[in-house]
Design a protein around this ligand. Structure first.
Ligand code: NAP
Length: 312
């Protein structure tokens, strides 16, 4: 039987390997994206058993939702779950700020429905916290949408532990999405809170935007959003590549990729039941699905823990 996991306390059940789609129409993040290739990545993901697609208003902006929606229309709606996010405001000056005001979130949600061409969204996230709206009030807006049947599960993203606790005052939060990967394990503290409160923890940048897929040599350079990211700065990057290469032996033992060793390690963490690796090519999606079949031994887990300690 195909494995399915529940999102928080909601009725939404998904295949544990999902697809991150910020490289599907995310032209503001990656300069050379081919939209047809992006749509094909989504199609292949669904055809190979992935059910949850992770997008957001700001990827593109707008374009990722539009392209994901076009592909979703090719399938029975129930076969696929859509997660999207809102909170960004793009001002006329081009500046971007966050707004968690309940009315703004509801308007953002309605705009997402239109771009996705659907009449409900399975998982709707507040993408980033703002600095003025009480978090339980922001979540209450999503609870209203849930009561109306317009969303099935409530998520928050990029919230600190205190913000998550405030957001979850009434116990309505189903999913927290945060940066988490072997290079940055700080959010394990939040994972513990999530586990105690029946909240699913979804890690973003699970492959550290490609580093943890084990395919770069230390001289690789980048011309997209990665060029300015901390993990890609030359000295750190070299050390990251060296440590990732140490996972080759474990991957060979399991006859799989380094990416799948990393993803399977995550799926053993408390509350972390779903991963959303991104992909730019169809082969990557198909390969990553196999992570669900990898079972690491305790020795292998210890080795990974040793190579990528939590305080990193
Ligand atoms: P990621 O999942 O860490 O890395 C994805 C990249 O790794 C791919 O684009 C590809 O890059 C490479 N890759 C993936 N599978 C591979 C394989 N099998 N073999 C070799 N390379 C492989 O990074 P991400 O896509 O930026 O993040 C995942 C998702 O998280 C996003 O799509 C988005 O949905 C979500 N996200 C959310 C937030 C938030 O604020 N909530 C922030 C960021 C991202 P190359 O082919 O270019 O090397």
């Amino acid at each position: 039987m195909v494995k399915q996991v529940q999102l928080g306390k909601s009725d939404v059940r998904v295949f544990p390997i999902a697809l991150g789609t910020n490289a599907v129409g995310g032209h503001n993040l990656y300069p050379h994206l081919d939209e047809e290739q992006g749509k094909d990545v989504v199609r292949q993901a669904i055809d190979h058993g992935i059910t949850l697609l992770d997008t957001a208003y700001i990827y593109g902006p707008e374009r990722s939702e539009e392209l994901v929606g076009q592909v979703v229309k090719e399938y029975p709606r129930q076969q696929v779950q859509i997660a999207t996010k809102g909170s960004h405001v793009i001002k006329d000056s081009g500046d971007i700020v966050q707004n968690n005001d309940p009315e703004y979130l509801k308007q953002q949600f309605e705009n997402s429905l239109k771009r996705l061409q659907v009449d409900y969204i399975d998982l709707y996230y507040i993408h980033f916290p703002d600095d003025k709206t009480p978090k339980d009030k922001a979540v209450a807006a999503l609870k209203e949408l849930k009561d109306e049947g317009k969303i099935k599960a409530i998520g928050v993203s990029n919230f600190s532990l205190d913000q998550l606790k405030e957001a979850n005052k009434d116990g309505y939060v189903d999913v927290i999405q945060l940066e988490y990967n072997l290079l940055h394990r700080e959010n394990e503290e939040i994972m513990a809170y999530a586990a105690e409160n029946y909240i699913t923890f979804v890690p973003y940048f699970p492959l550290a935007s490609g580093i943890l897929a084990g395919k770069y040599d230390e001289n690789q350079t980048f011309d997209d959003h990665r060029a300015t990211r901390r993990d890609f700065q030359p000295k750190v990057f070299k050390d990251n590549v060296r440590r990732v290469n140490e996972l080759t032996e474990i991957a060979e033992t399991h006859d799989t990729t380094i990416a799948n060793i990393v993803l399977s390690f995550y799926l053993m963490r408390p509350a972390l039941d779903v991963v959303i690796p991104g992909a730019k090519r169809v082969e990557q999606v198909v390969e990553n699905i196999d992570a669900v079949n990898v079972e690491l031994t305790q020795d292998e887990i210890d080795k990974i823990d040793h190579l990528f300690p939590i305080e990193n």
